[in-house]
Design a protein around this ligand. Sequence first.
Ligand code: SF4
Length: 292
Amino acid sequence: MERIDNYHQKRLLFEKGVITKIEDMNEIEVKKPFKGKAFYNPSGKAREYSYWACNFYTGCSNDCDYCYLKKGYLKRTWTPYPKLKRCFKDEKHAIACFLLELLINKKSLQENGILFTFTSDPYLPETKDLFLEALIICWSHEVPVYTLSKCKIELILGPHSLPKFLYPGATLTGQDNLEPGAASNAERIKSIIENHNHLFKTWVSFEPVISFQDTLEMIHQVRDHCELFKIGLLSGAKYNKREVRIFIMRVLEMIKDKPIYFKDSLLKKAGMTREYLPKNCVGRNFKLHNEE
Ligand code: SF4
């Protein structure tokens, strides 16, 4: 096994075209968490969404009022439109890095899947082409792809096997007024239903929950059309413990036979622990691609 320092050396040689055979990169031991140009292992709250993620762009024209990218140290790179990350020279370079990092981490990516994306939206007109290129690479290497979007999720009707490795997800908050550049929540629901009708295993993230009542109404609309529900609160907002508990109980009454992931911070606010929840309340390691 080569050491991590050789990874950086080899990577440079690959980018300069000195190493041309990608197989030469395969035996490299890579430290975890991995932090490449395209791929990385998210930490903290983002880790609850995925073990692997890919960000090509920073900034997002959905321009949500509550976007975490507008806060703290991330504010420095925020723009109300997507910008290719500065570590990439151009899109061609981005996709070359993507392929390289995929091959280095292929086994783990095949096991865990990858999420697009935490720092923008993969279905924006400016980001979609690069995402589709990456999607085709993932498909050819049997890496499951999860997407999370506030756009109309275009139906990607490709090869017959596509629904087996693409898991389209939508964020639903019910607050169109706080998401001025995004598709309406009603349009996102329609996209989820349409994709599900075409045999995609769709999923929904109800995060941030801003209104319990709105969230429950949207769960009612999509519960027969998606296969996984992730639910989280608005970071930094105050919630009443009793109301959070009642909300959890109502969600459990509505979804009895499909997996629900309540984020750690939500359970903490309710003073509850995962082990006392019903069996369909899964942990962070639950993967749709491992389900029949
Ligand atoms: S969709 Fe996500 S990344 Fe884009 S502005 Fe909204 S919260 Fe931020």
